[in-house]
Design a protein around this ligand. Structure first.
Ligand SMILES: Nc1ncnc2c1ncn2[C@@H]1O[C@H](COP(=O)(O)OP(=O)(O)OP(=O)(O)O)[C@@H](O)[C@H]1O
Ligand code: SF4
Length: 283
């Protein structure tokens, strides 16, 4: 184990911050928040270097969200080369088990030890290089994958933190509490809580209406002395950008960023990004 940890520590020596995105429950928007966090961090300065690692091994959705699900990764003598989703700028690196599957629809049916080995390889064998931020999209709940991550990242514990994503419903909040207790058990600092799918953005006028209850995330954050990072409504424009697949038709090297920047979510995420960066400084 010591050798493995050293390999991970060595590989990630020039990664300044590693941010795990957690959610207690599936489908609350953890992958879309991970994608938006990576895009906003990338956009936070013209030199920011960002990586996104998808360790949701049984349901990898990051390649599809970035519109690179037909790409593969290749091995070089110094490790796997990630997919650079921003073209020639090569400041936004992406790695996912999705790149290793023969067919998009293939499922990954692995036992714990194999998943653990894959996560170790993602951390120790990918040529991440110098990164300001590495965002890790984790599976829902707290599973073997989370324990593997904590074990392999032990050597860089001071650079680790987490963001918890929930929806406003009581059942999602209960599951978010389980996530929070996991972070406390493993001594993982939490930057704060994001309430996703909180209200609905009208596609006609942009007004945000509350279809279901909202405010559960704020209340949980208050009770648990967590920072509340902000809310994101259900945004149909975001869905068409993240789920519709990107094309290279637009006159841009990075059509996803251009299309995302026009969504209501992009504007709202700027406040969340500020809160995330503040929390990182205060950590
Ligand atoms: N704020 C939002 N507005 C509209 N659609 C959203 C929003 N957040 C997420 N979605 C959509 O909901 C679906 C599920 O989101 P996502 O894949 O991010 O969830 P998840 O929590 O990562 O799910 P999983 O259980 O697969 O880990 C996707 O189609 C995504 O585009
Ligand atoms: S929010 Fe305004 S524009 Fe949107 S559907 Fe309702 S009334 Fe119409």
């Amino acid at each position: 184990m010591a050798t493995q940890e050293t390999a991970v520590t060595r590989r990630l020596q020039n990664v300044k911050h590693v941010i795990l995105v957690l959610a207690g429950k599936g489908g609350v928007g953890k992958s879309s928040v991970s994608t938006q966090l990576a895009l906003n961090l990338y956009n936070s300065s013209s030199t920011a270097r960002v990586g996104i690692l998808d360790v949701d091994l049984t349901g990898p959705s990051i390649p599809r969200m970035f519109g690179v699900d037909n790409h593969g990764v290749h091995q070089s003598s110094s490790g796997w080369v990630p997919v650079y989703v921003d073209g020639p700028s090569a400041r936004l690196a992406c790695m996912s088990v999705g790149f290793l599957l023969k067919n998009k629809g293939d499922s990954v049916v692995w036992r714990g030890p194999k998943k653990n080995g894959m996560i170790r390889q993602f951390l120790s064998d990918v040529r991440w290089g110098d990164l300001d931020y590495l965002v890790i999209d984790t599976p829902p709940g707290t599973s073997d994958e989370h324990l593997s991550l904590m074990e392999h990242l032990a050597g860089i514990h001071s650079r680790l933190s987490a963001v918890i994503v929930t929806t406003p419903q009581a059942v999602a909040l209960m599951d978010a509490m389980k996530c929070l207790s996991f972070t406390r058990a493993v001594n993982l600092p939490v930057l704060g809580l994001i309430e996703n799918m909180s209200g609905y953005v009208c596609p006609c006028c942009g007004e945000i209406s509350n279809v279901f209850s909202t405010g559960g995330g704020v209340e949980m954050a208050r009770k648990e002395e967590l920072r509340f990072l902000g809310t994101l409504p259900v945004d149909t424009e975001l869905v068409s950008v993240l789920d519709g697949g990107q094309t290279d038709e637009e006159n841009s090297a990075f059509p996803l960023l251009e299309r995302y920047s026009k969504t209501p979510s992009a504007k709202l995420f700027q406040e969340i990004l500020k809160a995330v960066l503040d929390s990182l400084v205060a950590k």
